[in-house]
Design a protein around this ligand. Structure first.
Ligand code: TYD
Length: 216
């Protein structure tokens, strides 16, 4: 099963991903975890180019292709092989980030981006995606107060990050069955409890469907 976590900057995704992975592993699930952009040696080198504040004159089209190239490597090297051996893969960000940030944020056409994403990933989409929903303003406040290392993406205007947040909501409306939306403006442990509850419901359903499929 392929599970991804999405959300605006400062939504607390990374902490929540680490915690749920830890829990699932303790429960005996075979979990592979990764993050985007990055997750392989080559993808991390691409990440450095995307994030570096020195690259302020990077054009959005360049940015899109770099995100896609980092993802192509990650899918081939890590995600698909893990899924093929029956593991649970949990990724901190994936293709929906491109649709939200480069699509809604920069204003690129969704259909064109989906074609590019399908090319980059061999049309691999998650079975389940969590949206940790928070306003762009609160996300920004959190990043400032947590003194998170500032990167080139953080440097985009607040209006860009507002479009990203609204964009995520449109993506949820487009395919509601794939998404679980969680209010990320609450205490860390409450968010984690909610993720845990919903992930178990989805995992049980997924595993049941697989075993029915195998019996047929
Ligand atoms: P990162 O420091 O990993 O932050 P976060 O914890 O919010 O994931 O930075 C990743 C940044 O790159 C973040 O601003 C989102 C952005 N991004 C895109 O714009 N498009 C993408 O396809 C991906 C994967 C990330």
């Amino acid at each position: 099963m392929f599970i991804t976590f999405e959300g605006p900057d400062g939504s607390g995704k990374t902490t929540q991903v680490q915690k749920i992975v830890h829990t699932l592993m303790e429960e005996g699930y075979d979990v592979v975890t990764t993050r985007e952009p990055g997750g392989t040696e080559i993808s991390n080198q691409v990440r450095e180019v995307i994030m570096n504040l020195r690259n302020k004159n990077m054009f959005p089209r360049t940015e899109i292709l770099l995100f896609c190239s980092a993802r192509a490597q990650l899918v081939e090297e890590v995600i698909r092989p893990a899924l093929l051996t029956g593991k649970i893969v949990i990724s901190d960000r994936y293709s929906d980030s491109t649709l939200a940030y480069q699509g809604f944020g920069h204003g690129f056409d969704q259909q064109t981006l989906k074609q590019l994403l399908n090319f980059a990933t061999g049309s691999l989409w998650p079975d389940l995606t969590f949206l940790l929903d928070i306003s762009a303003e609160k996300g920004l406040q959190r990043r400032i107060s947590n003194k998170v290392e500032w990167n080139r993406m953080d440097d985009y205007q607040l209006a860009f990050h507002q479009r990203v947040r609204d964009g995520y909501k449109s993506l949820v409306e487009e395919s509601p069955d794939r998404w679980e939306v969680i209010d990320a403006d609450q205490a860390e442990n409450l968010i984690q409890d909610e993720i845990k509850r919903r992930i178990h419901i989805r995992l049980d359903k997924f595993l049941r469907e697989i075993s029915i499929g195998e019996k047929k």
